[in-house]
Design a protein. Structure first.
Ligand SMILES: Nc1ncnc2c1ncn2[C@@H]1O[C@H](COP(=O)(O)OP(=O)(O)OP(=O)(O)O)[C@@H](O)[C@H]1O
Ligand SMILES: [Mg+2]
Length: 367
């Protein structure tokens, strides 16, 4: 029986440079527990695929240690380098990388042949992998006759057919239309639970990252900025950049800390004085206050405590069906506030309350 127990993995201080320029991956460290689905998310070119290539042994890092299932497979410098074929990983590449001259079944069977698995079990394993992605009926079809979504599933079946303890997926849903992407996200999660493998999934799509990941690592310019459970990252990012990347409707206002207590702070901003959450009390360097559009409270007027109150004018109205998003201008700062009921038209004056528990002090990185 193949070893179906999931393996953990770790990456320590990984540096990968393709040429004389700056490193594509610069000092990345993280670890993934057995059976966990870990997602790396970040904009195009930030180094996500390069991290996966280093895990798979498809690039040799300049520095760093990679361990799979507790075994060091790369150590640079140090000379340890286990070749890709001996790492027993399931791989789904950014392009599906299927062989067009082969049938669906032959494509899925390929890793079993390459690994020298007992021939007598091939047919059953191929059927089982294809059943998991609901393609068993298409085993004899030539690959080019399949739709994009079906080819994507063939790539997934091929990655899991030999029961690898770790599966690496590079943008496996990127070529699908929006509806199929959503459907495949759910299926992928189910397949992961069923197979029980540890997965590292790479995407530039923040919604996909948050829906799929047990934990999510946010990458920017070759660095891993922060790692956390999806809701924790969304609600309490440490960096302004993460806040903006994960939630496009947030407002970010430069903030100067006036006083700080345990977990909270009083800050001055261009919009006035605010009480806010400050989980990292010692937010070093320049900071910003972030608030999500959905957390802003529409106030009937500006009476009462002036703290955490903003007065402004509606500048933009975006009707999104279940809610409307309002752009609000206040002393040259743009805020976004959402509402399920109609709140006015461009030019109307509004008062907004930003509840202290929804205002968050974060680190403002150099942009
Ligand atoms: N084979 C290569 N030779 C030279 N530079 C490369 C090579 N592959 C990637 N790079 C560069 O390394 C950086 C990181 O690339 P990488 O493919 O890891 O990014 P990514 O986050 O996967 O991007 P995407 O979301 O577009 O797939 C980029 O600047 C890219 O141009
Ligand atoms: Mg990539």
């Amino acid at each position: 029986m193949p070893d179906r127990r999931a393996h953990g993995l770790s990456v320590e201080n990984l540096v990968v440079r393709y040429d004389a320029g700056p490193p594509a991956v610069d000092g990345v460290s993280f670890s993934v527990s057995p059976g966990e689905l870990f997602v790396l998310v970040g904009p195009s070119g930030c180094g996500k695929s390069t991290v996966l290539r280093a895990l798979a042994g498809l690039v040799r890092p300049e520095r760093g240690v990679v361990a799979l299932g507790g075994k060091t497979v790369t150590q640079s410098p140090g000379g340890v380098f286990v070749p890709p074929s001996d790492r027993h990983l399931g791989l789904v590449f950014q392009s599906y990388a299927l062989w067009p001259q082969m049938t669906v079944g032959e494509n899925v069977r390929f890793p079993l042949e390459a690994r020298g698995a007992p021939k007598s079990a091939w047919a059953a394993q191929v059927v089982r992998a294809l059943e998991r992605v609901e393609l068993a009926a298409l085993a004899d079809r030539p690959v080019p006759s399949l739709s994009g979504g079906q080819q994507q599933r063939v790539a997934l079946a091929r990655a899991i057919v030999s029961d690898p303890p770790i599966v690496l997926l590079d943008e496996p849903l990127s070529n699908l239309d929006a509806e199929l992407r959503r459907q495949m996200r759910t299926e992928l999660r189910e397949i992961q639970r069923e197979v029980g493998a540890t997965m590292v999934h790479v995407t530039h799509d923040r919604e996909e990252a948050m829906e799929l990941g047990d934990r999510v690592g946010v990458m920017r310019d070759g660095r891993l900025l922060e790692v956390g459970a999806p809701e924790e990252l969304y609600r309490t990012p440490a960096h302004a950049w993460t806040a903006r990347f994960l939630g496009e409707t947030s407002a970010l206002v430069c903030a100067e800390v006036r006083s700080a207590g345990p977990g909270q702070a009083l800050v001055s901003t261009d919009l006035g004085v605010f009480r806010c959450r400050a989980p990292a009390v010692s937010v070093p360097g320049p900071s910003a206050m972030v608030i999500r559009a959905e957390d802003i409270v529409w106030s009937p007027d500006s009476s009462g405590d002036p703290e955490n109150l903003v007065e402004g004018r509606i500048s933009t109205v975006r009707f999104l069906g279940s809610r409307t998003l309002y752009g609000i201008e206040s002393v040259g700062v743009r805020l976004w506030a959402s509402s399920i009921v109609h709140r006015g038209e461009p030019g109307d004056s509004v008062s907004l309350r930003l509840p202290p528990e929804s205002c968050l002090l974060v680190r403002r990185d150099a942009d």
